[in-house]
Design a protein around this ligand. Structure first.
Ligand SMILES: [Zn+2]
Length: 297
């Protein structure tokens, strides 16, 4: 158990059942994400919950890669994106519509409007996997439950809470049958869901992970594999920015060089700026032209 990290993901497993639980508590890892922008309060709280959700879901990653929870709509918030990697590094952002007033509401329909939610799994090696559901419920937790029901056929319950710069969440998921008889598993499922429903969102947010699990399940304690520390981490790099610049094309880069004499690209996630000066830009353009003329391409 990681006693020193305030930010953890703890899996919990009920013996003789095919039910997986995850509990996540985040504090320090949210700070740089929130500090990167001046988000309106409602946006900050939704963003925090989305980061918790991505962290809860990433517990199912069986390979190196990242999982993202993304919602796009026609409301004041255009895009909500939260990512968590296999080694529990999180990053996230919100894009607001231009000139939009973000309503001080908790309801997804007020914030994002009509739209879709997508879960994307992006392995370091191999093909991306993406599933989508329409945004038809008013909380992120309920939309994700919809997603698992429609897209994965895995009964799933989620509880997400945020406030005071912190966020926490619990997920319960009934996995495909492996060790338990279906009738037994259904009974265990009903029992653990009913127990979890006794927890208030304030308790979920305010109590340490061990206390929450003890309070809910002390009569039949779940197994607790090693808790995983969660931290903020951005994968942006100079190489990625260079690739983004190259994708603009020779003409666009040439006019950047002529007009601005440099390119400054700020990362949407961490606000770090990469500067490509005149020499760097000229070098990129030179390389691109060489590639254009190379017969092997
Ligand atoms: Zn970054």
């Amino acid at each position: 158990m990681s006693q020193h990290s305030t930010d953890i993901r703890q899996r919990f497993l009920f013996p003789n059942s095919d039910i997986r639980g995850e509990i996540v508590r985040l504090d320090a890892s949210l700070k740089p994400i929130i500090a990167a922008r001046q988000y309106p309060m409602a946006a900050e709280s939704l963003l925090s919950e989305a980061i918790v959700a991505a962290t809860l879901l990433s517990g199912s990653l069986k390979f190196k890669g990242r999982l993202s929870v993304q919602a796009q709509g026609d409301g004041a918030l255009k895009l909500l994106l939260a990512e968590c990697t296999h080694d529990n590094q999180v990053r996230a952002l919100i894009h607001t519509a231009e000139d939009a007033e973000v309503p001080n509401s908790q309801a997804l329909s007020d914030l994002l409007g009509k739209g879709v939610m997508a879960i994307t799994i992006r392995p370091e090696q191999g093909q991306d996997y993406q599933g989508m559901v329409p945004l038809e419920k008013d909380t992120l937790a309920a939309c994700l439950e919809d997603y698992f029901e429609q897209s994965e056929q895995l009964p799933t319950r989620l509880w997400l809470a945020s406030g005071n710069g912190q966020a926490a969440g619990i997920m319960l998921q009934a996995l495909p049958q492996q060790v338990a008889r279906k009738e037994d598993n259904d009974l265990t499922w009903e029992r653990v869901v009913a127990l979890t429903e006794t927890l208030t969102l304030d308790e979920l947010l305010g109590l340490p992970v061990e206390t929450v699990l003890h309070r809910l399940f002390h009569e039949d304690p779940p197994q607790l594999p090693q808790a995983q520390p969660v931290s903020f981490g951005c994968t942006c790099s100079r190489e990625r920015v260079a690739r983004a610049l190259i994708s603009l094309g020779v003409e666009e880069l040439q006019s950047m060089l002529d007009e601005q004499n440099e390119a400054k690209i700020q990362c949407d996630f961490c606000s770090k700026t990469q500067t490509f000066d005149a020499v760097d830009l000229a070098q990129l353009i030179h390389t691109m032209k060489e590639h254009q003329h190379s017969p092997s391409d």
